[in-house]
Design a protein around this ligand. Structure first.
Ligand code: A5P
Length: 227
């Protein structure tokens, strides 16, 4: 069992009959969806909403019942990966480009369970670029504002073209090097018109981080209480 799969399996063990589940995106969330699919095949009765078309398609393949988001008040559990986790449980997410939908789902979940392998743990966030979703209108101005705050943004590319998110937006990957105060940076970024959302997920929205290791062991780091 690989480390990501171990973390995913342990988090999925938290799911119980009757729950409404949010599904993350990425190579670790992939394992969670596979595990949930196995449990649904064994009779687990849940409904789910995915944070991306990729994850929704995988969930449908695995016969996980997909719910209409408009009918959901709150998710019982959201399971998703992360690109970096600092010592306080703050995250950088969005390497897969699904940060906006991921954050909407996480913010509306009683328990946001983060699944990572040990390589994602850092002392301070910022070694990986921070994805920031920006609207195409006026994006040159928004990028200039980001440059002024020394974000060193670059517009994400895919196959030689601007990457477009599932919400029709651009992603500016920002290189801050170190992020000493994630909450303050998140606030500053949100003050720039044109920025829709940032890949900074603060520890206050995280319930637990499940860290998987290659030998199948999983360390659980609790960060906040149930919402
Ligand atoms: C998707 O947009 C991301 O937030 C992912 O959850 C994150 O990039 C982690 O991905 P992996 O599990 O593939 O490392």
């Amino acid at each position: 069992m690989e480390a990501k799969q171990a973390a995913a399996a342990r988090a999925v063990a938290e799911i119980k009959n009757g729950m409404t589940i949010a599904l993350g995106t990425g190579s670790t969330a992939y394992w969670a969806i596979q595990e949930i699919g196995d449990r649904v095949a064994q009779g687990l009765d849940i409904k789910a909403v995915a944070s991306s078309l990729r994850s929704e398609n995988l969930a449908r393949e695995r016969k996980i019942p997909i719910a209409d988001l408009s009918g959901i008040d709150r998710f019982d559990i959201d399971i998703d990966g992360a690109d970096e986790v600092d010592q306080d449980g703050n995250l950088i997410k969005g390497g897969g480009g699904a940060l906006l939908r991921e954050k909407i789902l996480a913010a509306n979940s009683r328990k946001f369970l983060v699944i990572v392998d040990g390589s994602k743990l850092v002392d301070q966030l910022g070694k990986v670029p921070l994805p920031v979703e920006i609207v195409p209108f006026g994006s040159a101005l928004t990028l200039k504002n980001l440059e002024r705050m020394e974000a060193h943004p670059s517009v994400r590319q895919l196959n030689g073209k601007d990457y477009i998110s599932e919400n029709g937006n651009l992603i500016a990957d920002c290189r801050f090097q170190t992020i000493a105060d994630p909450a303050a940076l998140n606030r500053r970024l949100h003050e720039i018109p044109g920025i829709v959302e940032t890949g900074l997920f603060l520890h206050t929205m995280v319930h637990s981080v499940f860290v998987g290791y290659a030998d199948g062991a999983v360390r659980i780091i609790g960060t906040s209480t149930e919402k």
